[in-house]
Ligand binder design. Structure first.
Ligand code: FES
Length: 149
């Protein structure tokens, strides 16, 4: 079933306008927030294009380009940092050849950061899609990638 922007906006209340909730609905439907949709979103909510773009730029979870097939949510929360997560992260970014907010050139992975996945006792952690990987090491992050072709 093809979703249209009009169908998404129909589900979003415009009074009072909730820009973030609307953008989350758009991203849920399309995988990202196409910038060409900003004027119609703004008109639907009765706000300016700048208001909508401001929310997009403020919230890092909102993407303006299509994500990779698998989204990696890498935890940079305090517990994970205390367990030296930077070692595994360095191995991961070297292998992916991309940084946070970027997608690998083959479109396989998009790397995003989060600040707690709720598995602090098993730090450091990350998720690829719906799968959680815990007690990460430089070796285990690379192994985890192989589970997501
Ligand atoms: S801080 Fe990383 S899982 Fe909680």
């Amino acid at each position: 079933m093809v979703t249209t922007l009009d169908a998404v906006l129909t589900r979003c209340r415009s009074s009072p306008p909730n820009i973030l909730a609307t953008l989350q609905q758009v991203q849920a439907a399309f995988g990202f927030v196409p910038l060409e949709h900003v004027p119609r979103i703004a008109a639907h909510l009765g706000v300016t294009d700048a208001d909508v773009r401001g929310v997009i730029s403020f919230y890092h979870d909102l993407r303006t380009s299509p994500p990779g097939r698998h989204i990696i949510r890498y935890c940079l929360g305090d517990s994970c940092r205390a367990k030296h997560t930077e070692r595994a992260l360095t191995a991961l970014t070297r292998r992916l050849r991309c940084d946070f907010g970027e997608t690998t050139t083959d479109g396989r992975f998009t790397l995003t950061k989060v600040y707690c996945l709720g598995h602090c006792a098993l730090s450091p952690t990350m998720m690829i899609g719906e799968e959680t990987y815990a007690q990460l090491t430089p070796r285990s992050v690379i192994t985890a990638l192989q589970n997501h072709p």
